[in-house]
Design a protein. Structure first.
Length: 236
């Protein structure tokens, strides 16, 4: 038998699995970010009740700013739990406000041990009184990420994994964020808005893409240009 031929019974199971996955994806609620190209790549917007990974460089605050911008897109009214390690500086209140995220919405939990941080995230994701849970976690295996995804589904809560290094997870979306030169400000003298090179490296139910984004003067995310290297080439 040709190795590329799929037996009829296996093909039937594969079709059933695809049907079930389409049904699950159809039931996911999505939050449009207001960026047509990005929302199209996401399959309609950021998936709610799901786990998302945002990876950045160790000494680069771009990923933190991008996470704050994403969280600011969530409907107001519910707080956000931010679980962080003991080392490093905590989120800067004025910096959060600069990206549209009210510091009063943040519940900051400093948890030294990674295992305890994962436990706290999993429990919090099941809480429907939270808009989102953000955790700074690097050491994470597939089993732990699946547990976080199931907890997010149970609570309908957005989960964000902010990662400085480490292997990728099984999150619904995986982003890579780095700083980009700021655009010119008014009179070409003052610095312009913060900019990021954003790569959507994986998206369940969507497609990869890459964009140069900024936090606009209007107080929202904006796409400056499409990045045409790496996975972005297919979305250009």
């Amino acid at each position: 038998m040709d190795g590329s031929t799929i037996p009829p019974e296996a093909e039937g199971r594969l079709m059933e699995l695809r049907r079930r996955l389409r049904g699950m994806e159809a039931g996911i609620r999505r939050l449009p970010l207001g960026l047509s190209a990005v929302d199209a790549a996401l399959g309609g917007g950021l998936a709610l009740g799901c786990l998302h990974e945002v990876a950045g460089e160790a000494d680069d605050g771009a990923a933190d700013g991008f996470c704050a911008a994403l969280l600011s897109c969530l409907p107001a009214g519910k707080p956000v739990l931010w679980c962080r390690p003991e080392d490093g500086a905590p989120p800067y209140a004025h910096g959060l406000r600069a990206f549209g995220l009210d510091p009063e919405r943040i519940i900051l939990a400093t948890i030294p041990r990674p295992a305890d941080r994962l436990w706290a995230m999993e429990e919090a994701l099941r809480c429907r009184d939270l808009a989102a849970v953000l955790g700074e976690v690097d050491s994470l295996d597939a089993t732990a990420s699946r547990r976080l995804q199931l907890a997010a589904e149970a609570g309908g809560t957005v989960g964000l994994l902010l990662r400085r290094h480490g292997t990728s997870t099984t999150a619904v979306t995986r982003w890579q964020v780095s700083s980009a030169p700021s655009g010119a400000g008014s009179l070409d003298v003052l610095p312009g808005p913060s900019r990021w090179r954003v790569q959507l490296r994986a998206c369940r139910g969507g497609r990869p893409g890459g964009w140069l984004m900024e936090w606009s003067d209007a107080g929202s995310l904006a796409v400056v240009a499409v990045l045409r290297d790496g996975p972005a080439a297919s979305a250009a």
